[in-house]
Design a binder for this molecule. Structure first.
Ligand SMILES: *Cc1c(COP(=O)(O)O)cnc(C)c1O
Length: 497
C-alpha cells in the first residue's frame, strides 16, 4: 500500500512532479489526440482558468448561499436554450458532464412515464428505444435506473432507422433517443422524423447534442447545411449539450434542457425527513464545483456567438482537408455523410486497427471503433496546423499496413471487432489485456503480439460478449488499483517551510 507522507512535501517539488508526469500523457496540445480534449488555444484556456479559480471554492449545491452561481447557471441555460431553438419555457440545469445530463434525461422520462403511461402505473419496467450508435451513457442510465434500453440497428447511412425504432416502441416505452450528431460517425439522426414518431406515440424524445450542441449552430452560421435537430423541432422534449466540449469551458460542465418546467420536475430529488434539514438537489451530484459554473458562464460571454463561429470555420475547413485526404487514399473511406467535424474511417481491404497501430507509432491517438471497424476522429482547433502531416502519416501507415502479410492472429481470431468499452482503456493496459485474452484462448506467452491490432482480434473472438465484458471489468479493476511498481517518484524528504 502507499502511505501518505508523514510530513508534507514542499510545494515546488510537488508541482514539478505534476508537470513531469504530464509528459507521459497524450500530447493533445500538438493535435495528437482526436477525442477527450477540446483546445481553442492557450489564451482562451488561461482566461477560462482565471474564471474557474475565481470560484474555486464555491459550491453550487446550495443556491441560497451562492446566489451568484444560481444566476450564472440560469443564464448559461437560457443562452443555450435560445441557441438551440428553445423558447422561454425551456428550462434546464448544468451538470458535471454529458453522462450526467443523459442520466437526468432518462430519469426524468422514467418518472414521467410512471405518471403518464397507463401501462406503467401499476409498476413494470419502463423502456427506451435508441439507435445502436447512441452513446453508452444511455446504457449506464438504464443500468442505474432500471430502465430497459432497446437498441435498434441503424440504417445504411449509419443514421437511426425510424421505422425500426417505431416498431420497437410499445406501451411501456417512455423515451425515444436521437443523436445530433452520433459520436462514432458524426452523422445527425433524422430528428424531425423521430420526433414526429415519438409525438404520435405519445412518448418523450431526447436529442443527445452533447458534442453537437456547441458546434452545429455555428456550422449552420457558416452557411453549411445542418438539418433541424433542436427544440425548433416539435416533439423534441429534452436535449443534452456539453459546454466542456466545443463550448471550450472547463471540464465538468454540460447542460440538460427540458421543453418545460412541468417536465423538469420529474428530474428533481427532494427529501424532507433528514435530521440535517430539508434537502433538495436538481441533478445527480451533491456538491457542485462553482468553478465549472463560472467558467461556462465566462467562456460563453468571452467568445460570444460570433467568436464560436470564428473558431468553427478553421475546424470545418480542416475537417474538409482531412476528409479529402482520407478519400484520396484508395484503401480508405469516410463512412456516412458527417455533418460537422467528426469522421469515422473504414476500409474494405485493410485492417484499420493495424493502421491505427502504425499511426500510434507516429504519435497519433485514434479511437478504435467497431461494428463496423472504424477509426474515430473528432477534429478540434488543435488540428488546424497538423492536418497535412496527419494525412501524410495516414498514407504512410496505410502503405505499411497493406504490405503486412495476412497475419495469423487475424486468422486465428476470425476478426470482428472489439467492444467499444475498450476505447476508454489506455494503451498501457493493452498488454495486460492481451495477456489475459491469450491465456483464455490457450496461446503461449512467447507468441504474444506486441501491438494492439492482434489483441483486438483476439478479444473479438472470445466466445461471447459476456466473457469480454468480464475481461474489461477485470482490466478496469486493475487500472484503479495502486501498484507499487508504478509508484510516482517524488522526493519525500520533508523540507522546512
Ligand atoms: C461526449 C458525449 C457524451 C458523454 O459526455 P461526457 O461528458 O463524456 O460524460 C454523450 N453523448 C455524446 C454524443 C458525446 O459526444
Amino acid at each position: 500500500m502507499k502511505r501518505m507522507p508523514r510530513e508534507g512535501i514542499d510545494a515546488d517539488t510537488i508541482l514539478r512532479t505534476l508537470a513531469d508526469l504530464r509528459g507521459d500523457d497524450v500530447q493533445w496540445r500538438d493535435g495528437r489526440a482526436f477525442s477527450l480534449v477540446y483546445h481553442a488555444g492557450d489564451d482562451l484556456s488561461s482566461f477560462v482558468k482565471q474564471a474557474y479559480t475565481t470560484y474555486f471554492s464555491e459550491n453550487a449545491l446550495n443556491p441560497s448561499a451562492f446566489p451568484s452561481l444560481r444566476r450564472m447557471e440560469a443564464e448559461v441555460v437560457s443562452m443555450a436554450a435560445d441557441m438551440l431553438g428553445g423558447d422561454e419555457n425551456v428550462v434546464g440545469n448544468l451538470t458535471s458532464g454529458g453522462t450526467e445530463s443523459i442520466l437526468m434525461a432518462v430519469k426524468t422520462a422514467r418518472e414521467w412515464g410512471r405518471v403518464h403511461r397507463r401501462a406503467l402505473r401499476g409498476g413494470g419496467r419502463p423502456k427506451m428505444v435508441l439507435p445502436a450508435s447512441a452513446h453508452p451513457a444511455f446504457d449506464k442510465a438504464a443500468h442505474y435506473f432500471g430502465v430497459r434500453a432497446v437498441r435498434v440497428p441503424v440504417a445504411k447511412d449509419l443514421r437511426a432507422c425510424v421505422w425500426r425504432m417505431s416498431r420497437a416502441v410499445d406501451r411501456k416505452t417512455v423515451l425515444v433517443v436521437g443523436s445530433a450528431p452520433s459520436y462514432p460517425h458524426g452523422v445527425v439522426d433524422p430528428i424531425e422524423d423521430l420526433a414526429r414518431m415519438a409525438k404520435r406515440k405519445g412518448v418523450l424524445m431526447h436529442v443527445d447534442a452533447c458534442i453537437g450542441g456547441f458546434m452545429l449552430p455555428f456550422v449552420r452560421a457558416l452557411g453549411r447545411p445542418v438539418p433541424p435537430f433542436d427544440f425548433s423541432v416539435e416533439g423534441v422534449t429534452s436535449m443534452s449539450a456539453d459546454v466542456h466540449k466545443f463550448g471550450y469551458a472547463a471540464k465538468g460542465a454540460s447542460l440538460v434542457l427540458h421543453r418545460d418546467a412541468e417536465q423538469r420536475k420529474h428530474q428533481y430529488f427532494a427529501t424532507t425527513d433528514w435530521s440535517g434539514g430539508l434537502y433538495a438537489s436538481p441533478t445527480m451530484t451533491g456538491t457542485r464545483p462553482g468553478g465549472a459554473v463560472a467558467a461556462a458562464w465566462a467562456v460563453m460571454h468571452r467568445l460570444g456567438f460570433e467568436g464560436y463561429v470564428k473558431l468553427a470555420g478553421p475546424v470545418m475547413e480542416t475537417t474538409d482537408r482531412i476528409r479529402a485526404g482520407v478519400e484520396s487514399i484508395e484503401e480508405l473511406e469516410v463512412l456516412g455523410d458527417p455533418t460537422m467535424c467528426i469522421l469515422g474511417i473504414a476500409s474494405d481491404t485493410l485492417d484499420v486497427y493495424v493502421v491505427a497501430d502504425h499511426m500510434q507509432a507516429r504519435g497519433w491517438h485514434l479511437d478504435r471503433q467497431q461494428f463496423p471497424a472504424t477509426l474515430h476522429l473528432t477534429v478540434n482547433p488543435a488540428h488546424v496546423p497538423v492536418a497535412g502531416q496527419f494525412v501524410d502519416d495516414l498514407r504512410e501507415s496505410v502503405r505499411l499496413s497493406a504490405r503486412e502479410p495476412a497475419d495469423r492472429w487475424k486468422e486465428r481470431a476470425k476478426y470482428a471487432a472489439l467492444n467499444a468499452t475498450l476505447r476508454v482503456l489506455p494503451s498501457r493496459l493493452v498488454s495486460k489485456l492481451t495477456d489475459v485474452a491469450s491465456r483464455r484462448m490457450g496461446l503461449g506467452g512467447s507468441d504474444l503480439p506486441q501491438q494492439s491490432a492482434p489483441m483486438y482480434g483476439m478479444m473479438a473472438a472470445l466466445p461471447n460478449r459476456g466473457d469480454l465484458r468480464k475481461l474489461v471489468i477485470d482490466a478496469l479493476d486493475g487500472m484503479t488499483t495502486y501498484e507499487p511498481g508504478a509508484k510516482i517518484p517524488i522526493d519525500e524528504e520533508p523540507r522546512s517551510s
